[in-house]
Design a protein around this ligand. Structure first.
Ligand code: HAS
Ligand code: CU
Length: 581
């Protein structure tokens, strides 16, 4: 048996370091999660309500950005090197991008945590704090260190992507006639849409928010920076999800005892995400005034198309699991489910996250409907939605995956399978309670992002259940999640402290229908990137022009751009605006 550390000892150290960074972020971020559910429901109040935004910022940045992204750069590094059977060109360079990410993350985290102090220290003449949540909407303003840290962190990921691409280019030179192996294809297509979309947040930070926090410019146009945030903010959710999908496609079938149903279909899925991840961001802004309804409608249509790759994934992955179960003697319409390896925490964790993601897909479809979004926007419903998506489909898959990866990168067998199994089951159960109750509370109108969700002289009323009952479920779920996180961290630490021994082979699933069945055009990354760019221009040029025309580049009237002209809601309006300038 050859494990990853035998094949790629140097890369294994880097993958391990990035995973450990992810787990550290998870440990701290999850603690805030528990404090928040206890606080919001009024059960136990450790924080002061005035610090709630600071805590929520730490929770969001540490979990949604730091935990996920450190883990996924580790995973993609593994995927590229394993599937191309090739070392990264230079380990010094690779440690360089990892180090860049660490420095960026630490800067942002220091700025956030300083916000808890009664007398925050000053730096660059400004008080250190960053209680702006993970979306950092203006006019909330953070210390420049926060914006700079985020920018550096994102740049670190860009360099990582370049590292994977040059590994791929070198492989391609040596193997000009071979099809790109599936895991590498998945990592590269994901990186392409990440570059396209994170350019939006980079512009928001470097051109607007950072100069504004440094006092170089007096104001910003909040709708513009918000729109640039969501230009990236929807694609980032697939940046988190694609690595989880990669594991579902290449590990789940193998663990189930079979093969991936279709390699071509998997490629189509990743190409669709490259095309549609970015021109959909405005579905987070259906309620924003200042963006014309027509633009929102176009984005809604794009979003509905974007359901397709996930529906294809549900089909392909479940079909592969069924194939595996039947290889193990499974029969009947549903009885084969019993033949799946339910005692393996790697399998069970991923299968359960898939199951909850199916529910998350439904709440996503509801969010995506322009009219019904009015009912759920800014309510606890949304929090329920994203704890099933990023909080389960992604986080639970990463945790279950760690039970396979940590042995791969250390050569040490998993410390305790039962602990792993209990952990993934507790996560599943905790999320079922917490997310379901959050969705229901949202329908009653309970708001998100507040320490004090209960308005005075007002009672939320639902057809069934009460706020008290929902709160109890949220606290129960949140507590199970906290216990699950502790068991996860203990299992990982004990595994890493253990002795080297027998670990599974570093390999992934074969395919029933392989790359030879998929049209070569699917591997034409230049073509798909070009089409993705065109779709982005179509979806964003008019809305951005209209936002700048109405609100000014740096705020109303400041740049002299704001002038009385017909609104840029039509092509004619745009032409008139450009010609008229
Ligand atoms: Fe979302 C808000 C729409 C997916 C994350 N989303 C959020 C926010 C986050 C987030 C963090 O249109 C809040 C941001 C904030 O702070 O304001 N979302 C969608 C849609 C999808 C979707 C249409 N979201 C995700 C994913 C996320 C994520 C993935 C993170 C990873 N979301 C929205 C909208 C909003 C929104 C609006 C704004 C709401 C507002 O008003 O603010 C789709 O991609 C979902 C497609 C999914 C499916 C499910 C397919 C099922 C599968 C399971 C297969 C089963 C298996 C297991 C493998 C169609 C693939 C089988 C097991 C056995 C045992 C057999
Ligand atoms: Cu979205």
């Amino acid at each position: 048996m050859t494990s990853y550390i035998d094949q790629f000892p140097e890369e294994a150290r880097l993958v391990k370091a990035a995973m450990v960074s992810a787990f550290l972020a998870l440990a701290v971020g999850a603690t805030f999660g528990l404090l928040q559910v206890l606080h919001r429901t009024g059960m136990v109040r450790v924080l002061s309500s005035a610090d709630y935004y600071t805590a929520l910022t730490a929770h969001g940045v540490l979990l949604a950005l730091t935990f996920t992204i450190f883990f996924l750069v580790a995973l993609f590094t593994w995927g590229i090197t394993t599937s191309l059977d090739r070392n990264l060109p230079s380990m010094r360079f690779a440690w360089g991008w990892y180090g860049t990410m660490v420095v960026g993350a630490l800067m942002a985290v220091v700025a956030i945590f300083a916000g808890f102090l009664t007398e925050p220290p000053t730096l660059l003449g400004e008080e250190l704090s960053a209680s702006v949540l993970f979306t950092f909407y203006a006019p909330l303003q953070a210390h420049p260190l926060f914006y700079l840290g985020l920018a550096i962190f994102v740049i670190g990921t860009w360099i990582a992507g370049y590292d994977w691409f040059r590994t791929y280019w070198a492989w391609k030179r040596d193997n000009p006639d071979e099809r790109t192996p599936l895991p590498a294809f998945m990592a590269l297509t994901t990186m392409l849409f990440w570059w396209l979309s994170s350019a939006g947040v980079a512009i928001a930070i470097v051109v607007f928010l950072l100069p504004w926090s440094l006092g170089i410019v007096d104001s910003v146009n909040p709708l513009l920076t918000r729109t640039l945030f969501w230009f990236f903010g929807h694609a980032v959710v697939y940046f988190w999800l694609m690595p989880a999908y990669m594991l579902w496609y290449i590990l789940l079938p193998k663990l189930s005892g079979g093969k991936l149903f279709s390699d071509p279909l998997a490629r189509v899925v990743f190409v669709l995400f490259l095309l549609l991840s970015t021109p959909t961001g405005i579905h987070h802004q259906y309620m924003d005034p200042g963006i014309a309804e027509g633009f929102k409608f176009i984005v809604m249509v794009n979003t509905m198309f974007l359901l397709l790759p996930s529906l294809l994934t549900a089909f392909t992955v479940v079909a592969s699991m069924e194939h595996g179960a039947r290889q193990r003697g499974g029969t009947g319409k549903l009885r084969w489910l019993g033949k799946l390896p339910w005692r393996d925490p790697v399998f069970t964790g991923m299968a359960l996250s898939g199951l909850l993601f199916a529910a998350a897909g439904f709440s996503g479809m509801i969010n995506a409907g322009m009219n019904i979004n009015y009912l759920v926007h800014n309510t606890f419903w949304i929090v329920g939605h994203f704890h099933l998506t990023v909080g389960t489909a992604v986080a639970l898959t990463f945790m279950a995956g760690s039970y396979w990866f940590i042995p791969q990168v250390t050569g040490k067998p998993l410390w305790n399978r039962t602990a792993g199994l209990v952990q993934v089951l507790l996560w599943f159960l905790g999320m079922v309670f917490m997310s379901n109750a959050m969705h229901r509370a949202g329908l009653l109108g309970v708001p998100r992002r507040t320490a004090e969700p209960q308005y005075e002289n007002f009672a939320f009323e639902g057809a069934i259940g009460s706020v008290g009952e929902l709160d109890a479920q949220v606290v129960l779920g949140g507590t199970l999640l906290a216990i699950s996180t502790i068991i996860f961290l203990v299992t990982i630490v004990m595994t890493m402290l253990g002795d080297r021994g027998e670990v599974p082979d570093n390999s992934y699933a074969g395919t029933l229908s392989g790359p030879e069945h998929s049209p070569a055009i699917l591997d034409n990354l230049k073509l798909w990137t070009a089409i993705a760019l065109v779709l982005i221009v179509l979806a964003y040029s008019l809305p951005l022009a209209a936002i700048v025309q109405r609100g000014g580049l740096f705020g109303p009237g400041i740049d002299g751009i704001t002038r009385v002209l017909p609104p840029i809601d039509t092509i004619g309006g745009l032409v008139e605006w450009v010609v008229g300038r």
